[in-house]
Design a protein around this ligand. Structure first.
Ligand code: NAG
Ligand code: NAG
Ligand code: NAG
Length: 582
């Protein structure tokens, strides 16, 4: 009897282990595509019938499509921090409580803290060769121009080629730069006030009217000088300071030449796959597309039905196709776990006159920059792994971009860090159809460090409740965006606080058109109470950490400027003319 049991147990164990690993193969390669500012309504397989995205659509056809895939933040820097760490950005200090919610310069001191552990680091420890090609936007240096404390190579990537920062209009000549006029005026004012103070103090010291040490006067002079340089550099030099390309620690182009960047990125991605085809590898292709200035090669210019924006989306989709082709060519398709997503919703306010330069968020309200409204955070999410994940499956359960973290660690056979909270959940059971329900009961929707809304997935009823505590005030009213303001604010005069909160059931009202009230919804009070308790519980798991986006940390600091040459003479072009146009 005992022996039977033992045999049964062993064979069960054997079959579990064997069955599992046979299905999963040995460690799969991992290929992640992350678009910048792409809206969920911009893609064919999410219902767009005029923009052509055949390659992303093919991924969905051959794999699993998520319809409720949620970014942890509505803006690049925090959303990507959460993606890389599997944690809400507020846990790593990457959520801001001021107006500057993303890193502004390569030469700021803020960034993803060195003690955060990215999925790349954990995969590296599992024997993966890890590469990042494209946008980083998680900081570069802390204390000197080459300490690289926030750099991808310090965060688990073996190889980096791309922009440590992000695209901005400044990177393309003849585009109106999105200069922050208020910031500029402030910098000018500060430099003037400090100069005045220095003059007064010096005069006072020389005449003996003021007792003050020269050291202090020198510090004032330095500070004034910094403000002046910051103000000065915001004209014309920004392109040199921010628009650079690096290969590992080396700057290859300063400033970068946009007309060949896409082809260089493509070449790098294909050659990374070739170099590492014996795997396992992790390749994170972090597109500069479809962020303004929407630089697009001739082949796609004027070809879409949606202007420059549509052209740029189609170019990106073509790049996805090229990279998938190279997987096929190397015979790696069935051995690669592939993912496509966007870092957050489309940028509604990106316009040039009446021409739309930002993405489309389909039926969802709001967009980039808005923490609570669905349009800012609901993004495409597609997975493919032929033979392991079913083809053509659609999952409506709530999932998060933070889920990629534990999912990859699971696939690589690693362990999650035990010394910190991980907010993501392993998606493999859901993607394989072995689980019907997402493990997320609550998702918290932050705008900077301000909690704007909370989603409750009530598993029994299937309802998706969302309570909004704070919403941005649209401009003009009812516009669904803050036109003329860049993006909507998270706090202050530009938001409305709701007490009682606005409540929606997204399963019945995905566009968040009609708020429910105690009169129209019998469950209103119960739901609000339940969400309130979950929020308190969540708040108790937060601990104060250094703020990476504090005013001090986001300030441009000349001594942190990555520079190809001798500061301030920073320029180089190490690619030569080695790449022809595509
Ligand atoms: C397709 O995308 C374009 C560009 O963002 C948008 O203007 C258009 O409304 C979308 N079409 C549909 C049917 O969603
Ligand atoms: C890849 O997987 C698919 C789906 O299971 C299968 O039909 C195909 O034959 C596989 N290709 C190779 C080369 O093994
Ligand atoms: C990283 O260091 C900061 C500052 O010392 C600390 O507050 C934080 O908890 C640390 N984070 C982790 C994940 O250990």
């Amino acid at each position: 009897m005992e022996r039977y049991l033992l045999t049964a147990l062993t064979s069960c164990l054997f079959w579990n282990v064997f069955g599992f690993s046979a299905a999963m193969g040995s460690k799969p390669n991992i290929l992640l595509f992350l678009a910048d500012d792409l809206g969920i309504g911009d893609i064919g397989c999410y219902g767009n019938n005029t923009l052509r995205t055949p390659n992303i659509d093919r991924l969905a056809r051959e794999g699993v499509k998520l319809t409720q895939h949620i970014a942890a933040a509505p803006l690049c820097t925090p959303s990507r921090a959460a993606f890389l760490t599997g944690r809400y950005p507020i846990r790593s200090g990457m959520a801001s409580n001021n107006r500057y919610r993303a890193l502004q310069w390569n030469a700021g001191s803020g960034g993803l803290p060195p003690n955060e552990t990215t999925f790349a680091r954990l995969l590296q420890q599992q024997g993966y060769t890890t590469g990042l090609i494209g946008k980083w936007h998680q900081g570069v240096n802390c204390e000197s121009f080459n300490d690289h404390c926030h750099h991808p190579l310090n965060h688990g990537f073996d190889y980096f080629y791309g922009m440590p920062f992000t695209l901005q209009n400044t990177c393309q000549e003849n585009k109106p730069p999105e200069l922050d006029v208020a910031l500029q005026a402030n910098l000018w004012l500060y430099s003037q006030i400090i100069s005045l103070a220095v003059l007064t103090l010096t005069a006072g010291k020389l005449t003996g009217l003021i007792t003050i040490r020269w050291k202090i006067i020198a510090s004032f002079t330095l500070a004034g000088g910094l403000f002046f340089i910051s103000w000065y550099s915001s004209y014309g030099f920004v392109q040199y300071w921010n628009c650079i390309l690096m290969r590992n620690h080396e700057i290859t182009e300063q400033p970068m030449r946009l007309e060949r960047t896409a082809s260089l990125m493509l070449k790098e991605a294909v050659s990374f796959i070739k170099r590492n085809k014996h795997g396992p590898f992790l390749l994170f292709v972090s597109f500069l597309h479809v962020h303004t200035p929407l630089f697009t090669i001739k082949k796609f210019l004027g070809k879409s039905r949606h202007g420059l924006y549509g052209d740029n989306v189609e170019e990106m989709d073509w790049m996805v196709g090229k990279i998938l082709d190279s997987l096929d060519k190397e015979g790696l398709k069935n051995h690669t776990f592939t993912y496509f997503a966007s870092d957050h919703g489309g940028h509604l306010e990106a316009q040039d006159g009446s021409v739309q330069l930002g993405g489309w968020n389909g039926i969802y309200k709001g967009g980039k920059g808005m923490g609570g409204w669905e349009g800012g955070i609901r993004v495409p999410g597609v997975f493919r792994w032929p033979g392991v994940l079913p083809a053509g499956m659609v999952i409506d359960e709530p999932t998060s971009l933070m889920d990629i973290y534990p999912t990859l660690v699971h696939l690589a056979g690693g362990m999650l860090p035990q010394d910190r909270v991980i907010d993501g959940r392993n998606l493999v059971p859901l993607l394989q159809g072995r689980a019907q329900k997402s493990e997320h009961e609550f998702l918290f929707h932050y705008c900077g460090s301000y909690l704007h809304a909370v989603r409750w997935h009530e598993k029994d009823s299937g309802a998706i409740w969302k309570a909004h505590y704070v919403t941005p005030i649209f401009h003009p009213p009812g516009a669904g965006a803050c036109y003329g303001k860049g993006i909507c604010p998270c706090f202050g005069e530009g938001v409305t606080h709701h007490d009682p909160p606005l409540l929606f059931d997204l399963s019945r009202d995905p566009s968040e058109a009609k708020p429910l009230s105690a009169d129209t919804e019998p469950l209103y009070d119960t739901v609000i109470k339940k969400i309130g308790r979950a929020t308190e519980e969540h708040r108790r798991t937060l601990t104060p950490v250094p703020e990476q986006l504090s005013l001090y940390n986001i300030l441009w600091k000349p001594w942190l400027q990555p520079c190809c040459g001798t500061f301030p003479f920073c320029w180089c072009d190490k690619e030569g003319d080695s790449t022809q146009s595509l």
